[in-house]
Design a protein around this ligand. Structure first.
Ligand code: CUA
Length: 316
């Protein structure tokens, strides 16, 4: 079993063990009885005839009634767990989760400006939650169906475009736990992982703001700030900086390059084009790539876009 780190883990595991034990018991009983009867009633001579068999009302009743009762136990137990896991307690910490190819974005309505992103680069810190407090995730997708899964919490739910789905949990252990997308969502589905960090309630707010607010640090160059944005805001999921081909064009040598677009025209990749591509990505798509980049309008401000451009300039 994976580490147990939420209040659901024990319930889920207990039911799982109960079903497994039940299955094992019946497997042994049924296979054992079958083997025994095969041996006991084997044919003893070539001209032996099968004796006439009548039915037994008692046995037929029992083999229907006992499994019915056991199945009802499993059903009611599972239903109770399901209802408990579906309805969050009053006043949970609200978190909004957005899935898109191929990373997660996490925002906290209570803490404006805080945004965490998983991406293929470290740190893949995706979700921070306090220990011992109920947390409710409201999730949606901007493109295809993803699925949010934290094995240590025993929570999993599909993340569907055009719809909100919810899960809640209460973490019981301090630490870092893996998060996975468990719905095949395209080329880099297997990269769509992340880390959930559980903190002491006293540290939570301070650590969250430290990790989740993206601003230029004192003495940091524009380009270095741009690189942090590149890693933190998901650009890294599709654009390489070493020339390797990805879902989108590599940023290596991009600045000043003449790009052929899918509509047959060309454009020089300078500040204006790069900025337009960030805010309205599907207007001028480079030939050979699918128009599938999400708009960063409202997600990156002017200064952050400038920082990204400065970073791109350094990628010769
Ligand atoms: Cu998202 Cu698989």
């Amino acid at each position: 079993m994976p580490t147990a780190a939420s209040t659901f883990a024990e319930d889920t595991d207990n039911l799982y063990f109960f079903i497994t034990a039940l299955d094992t018991l019946f497997f042994v009983l049924i296979m054992g009885a079958m083997g025994y009867f095969m041996w006991k009633y084997r044919r003893r001579s070539k001209d032996q005839k099968t004796s006439s068999i009548t039915h037994s009302g008692v046995i037929e009743f029992l083999w229907s009634a006992i499994p019915t009762v056991l199945l009802l136990v499993v059903f009611i137990w599972g239903e109770c767990d399901f209802v408990r896991q579906s309805v969050a307690p009053a006043d949970p910490l609200e978190v909004r989760v957005t899935g898109q190819k191929w990373y997660w974005t996490v925002e906290y309505p209570k803490y404006p400006g805080v945004s965490l992103n998983s991406s293929t680069e470290e740190p893949a810190l995706t979700l921070m939650v306090p220990k011992g407090k109920p947390v409710r995730l409201t999730m949606t997708s901007t493109d295809v169906i993803h699925s949010f899964f934290v094995p240590a919490f025993r929570v999993k739910r599909d993340v569907v475009p055009g719809r909100y789905t919810q899960i809640w949990f209460e973490a019981t252990r301090i630490g870092e736990f893996n998060l996975f997308c468990t719905e095949y969502c395209g080329d880099f589905h297997s990269n769509m992982t992340g880390v959930v960090k559980v903190l002491e309630p006293d540290d939570f707010e301070r650590e969250l703001i430290k990790a989740g607010v993206l601003t230029q640090e004192e003495g940091e160059s524009m380009a270095a700030y741009g690189e942090r944005i590149y890693k933190r805001r998901g650009c890294v999921a599709c654009h390489s900086v070493d020339g390797a081909d990805g879902t989108g064009p590599s940023w290596q040598g991009l600045y000043g390059r003449t790009e052929s677009l899918s509509d047959g025209t060309t454009v020089k990749a300078e500040d204006q084009y790069i900025k337009d591509s960030i805010y309205e990505p599907n207007k001028q798509v480079v030939a050979g790539y699918a128009p599938q980049m999400p708009s960063y309008q409202g997600q990156l401000d002017n200064e952050q876009v400038t920082a990204v451009i400065e970073y791109i300039k350094t990628l010769k």
